[in-house]
Design a binder for this molecule. Structure first.
Ligand SMILES: [Zn+2]
Length: 236
């Protein structure tokens, strides 16, 4: 028997009008962490964010914008928050790549240059701020994304609960999928829309740096973001 098509219910979320701001972490002047092979985090962030943007747009999220900010670190933070707020985004997702505190770095030689690495930790992590006016929504999206990444066989970085992380230590809000609370991040706390920060993986870990550079891993993450976004949008 053929199922009769249900009349379309009025949907709360139309992907075409759902305003997503994908924030590329850091700037060309202030490039964030340095990888084990001496590449800058900003480049990793830019590549991955563009790929996520393309993925979301082809999935129907036409109002997705990739936000690249310029300027020095501190000024750029306020600038990016200002732009995100002016855009009246429904969700801001900030993309970063992880490193470790300096005291954990070990020396090696890469390409004839003195370089630093730490293979001790790996994995992605998700951060939300309780100071964000849409904390519950932010947490909800972070959990959906964490769930997708886990389903893809990726693991989260669990070291942020450890005392050795010092000032980088954060409360773990979801120990199943790796969502941490981080109130000190301007991009999360000062943004007026729901906001999540994704540390997509560690570029100071030599193996994970290679993985993060691969189109396969980038595609996997972009796809996870899109699936999570669809679920988040439908829930609203
Ligand atoms: Zn960063």
């Amino acid at each position: 028997m053929k199922a009769r098509a249900k009349p379309a219910a009025p949907t709360a979320c139309d992907p075409r009008n759902f305003k997503i701001v994908l924030d590329v972490g850091h700037t060309s002047e202030s490039q964030g962490a340095t990888s084990a092979r001496n590449d800058v985090e900003f480049g990793f962030n830019l590549n991955l964010t563009r790929r996520i943007g393309t993925h979301l747009k082809s999935a129907g999220f036409a109002a997705t914008r990739v936000l690249v900010t310029d300027g020095k670190a501190k000024a750029s933070l306020l600038k990016r928050v200002g732009t995100a707020n002016a855009a009246h985004a429904d969700l801001v997702l900030s993309i970063h790549h992880d490193s470790v505190p300096d005291k954990m770095l070990e020396e090696w030689e890469f390409d004839g240059a003195r370089s630093w690495f730490s293979d001790r930790f790996s994995g992605h992590s998700l951060f939300v701020s309780e100071r964000n006016p849409h904390f519950t929504d932010s947490l909800s999206f972070a959990r959906l994304l964490g769930k997708e990444l886990k389903a893809d066989g990726l693991h989260y970085a669990s070291q942020y609960t450890l005392p050795l992380m010092g000032r980088y230590r954060h409360p773990l809000l979801d120990k199943d999928v790796g969502v941490y609370r981080y109130d000190g991040l301007v991009v999360l706390s000062q943004t007026r829309s729901a906001a999540v920060l994704l540390e997509a993986g560690s570029i100071i870990n030599r193996d994970e740096e290679m993985a993060m550079n691969s189109p396969e891993r980038q595609e996997l993450i972009a796809s996870a973001v899109t699936t999570a976004m669809r679920a988040y949008c439908e829930k609203r």
